[in-house]
Write a new protein. Sequence first.
Length: 193
Amino acid sequence: MPYAFQNVIRKQYTPVPVPHDFIPSTGTPKPHILWVGCSDSLIVETETLGVLPDEIFVHRNLGNILSNGDLSSESAVEWCVGLLKVDHIIVCGHYDCALIDKGDGSELGGWHKNVTKLHHMNEDHLERVKSRLDDYCRHRRLEEVYVLAEVGWLKRQEIVKKAIEERGLQIHAFVYDKAKNACVRLVEEKEEN
């Protein structure tokens, strides 16, 4: 994933509020959304989207990380995309995530390695472009960039690429703000709102 980080830290994107009906409820008890979130985000996914509990399959782990080879995460994606045939996947990070906030996660084994790489590459990039952000803004940007990197990784997976091409599966990057109890969607410049 390090090469993908080089591309993602330079992406231009805009955080836009997620409206309550961003993904309309089908009103049927069949999952059409896979939500990948962080274990400690405290978000209530169904309230954020305004959908029934049976319409959403929630997978949580440390830092909403998909790209580290975790069998549980890979299984959730396989199950939801291949068998349930969900229409949407949301990767949702959250501001003030302790896992993303730490620069060195060596005590976590391999779980944190990509986050550590992203920290270094993001700081190098910010220094090169002479961006002067305070720590609060740097952390928020780091969380956003990490979510975009995970979305990018997900889009490169064969089962996901096939579902995008064949049936229009959509992938969304969200970040939850606990203080505001609201999510933003990260819209890349090439996307349309």
